[in-house]
Write a protein that binds this ligand. Structure first.
Ligand code: ZN
Length: 272
């Protein structure tokens, strides 16, 4: 699933191709991927509008259009947004095509769990999950009041990092990498963290996500950026997907356990 670094990379890679471009028309091949409005309005209300700015909030991508309308995209498991100069042969997984003045923006989604919304700016709070998001980890959001919330949460750290209301944008891959960087066991109860450990965790979150953005995201399965290029961060993963292999830091074999139905990787040597 695309997480914060992948969505941020998609945003950055799309920006030069879609900013200032006029949407001539929108073709919707699979209405199921649009949460709101209805399929006809979704296409009609975007036709003729210019893309004014792009933003990211957690794992949501936001296209600000004219007339205070916002196209919101959540890629979920296998969604992709790719700009192309020509539409090429569309695959059966291409569900939306935006015809721009300079080319075509395609929404593809193999599993079709991704969702799109077209709302007024004032209606953004009605987009499922968006208003409930916790702080952005790369801003000023992970300060003292955020860290203090650890001591009120009697939950495993991994579950807490995956909770978008606690901190926005982290998914299964980066939660594992962040906890390894901070030297914290994924099952450690959040309420037992010392102040120093909480600060180290906040720093690990910022550092791991920043490095992943510098590497243009992690391509383990489907992820590509807005120009169809794979990321590089899969070559830098320390524990995620490395069960049985030696930890780069201490040599202990990495272990995989199940937590909340998700594969969780950690090093028993570094994360006691
Ligand atoms: Zn280790």
């Amino acid at each position: 699933m695309p997480e914060l670094p992948e969505v941020e990379t998609i945003k950055q890679s799309l920006a030069p191709y879609v900013l200032g471009q006029r949407i001539r028309e929108v073709t919707l091949y699979q209405p199921r991927v649009v949460a709101r409005p209805g399929p006809e309005d979704f296409c009609r209300l975007q036709a003729g509008a210019t893309v004014r700015s792009l933003a990211r909030r957690g794992k949501y991508l936001l296209f600000y259009l004219e007339e205070e309308r916002v196209l919101v995209v959540h890629l979920r498991l296998t969604g992709r947004l790719v700009w192309q100069a020509s539409p090429g042969p569309l695959s059966k997984h291409t569900h939306v095509v935006w015809h721009l003045d300079n080319g075509f923006l395609l929404y593809e989604d193999l599993r079709r769990f991704g969702r799109l919304w077209l709302v007024r700016e004032t209606e953004l709070v009605e987009v499922a999950g968006l208003a409930a998001l916790g702080p952005e980890p790369l801003g000023e959001g992970l300060g003292g009041s955020w860290a203090a919330a650890f001591w009120r949460r009697d939950r495993p750290l991994k579950s807490l990092l995956l909770d978008q209301r606690f901190v926005a944008g982290i998914g299964n891959i980066y939660a594992d990498e962040i906890l390894h960087r901070a030297g914290l066991h994924p099952l450690r109860r959040a309420a037992t963290l010392s102040k120093g450990e909480a600060e180290a965790l906040a720093e690990a979150i910022r550092n791991v996500l920043t490095e992943a953005i510098e590497h243009r995201g992690t391509s383990i399965r489907d992820y590509v950026d807005g120009q169809g290029a794979s990321g590089q961060h899969q070559d830098f993963l320390q524990v995620h997907g490395r069960a049985g292999k030696a930890c780069y830091r201490c040599g202990t074999p990495v272990v995989r356990i199940k937590l909340g139905g998700r594969g969780t990787y950690f090093c028993p040597g570094c994360q006691q």
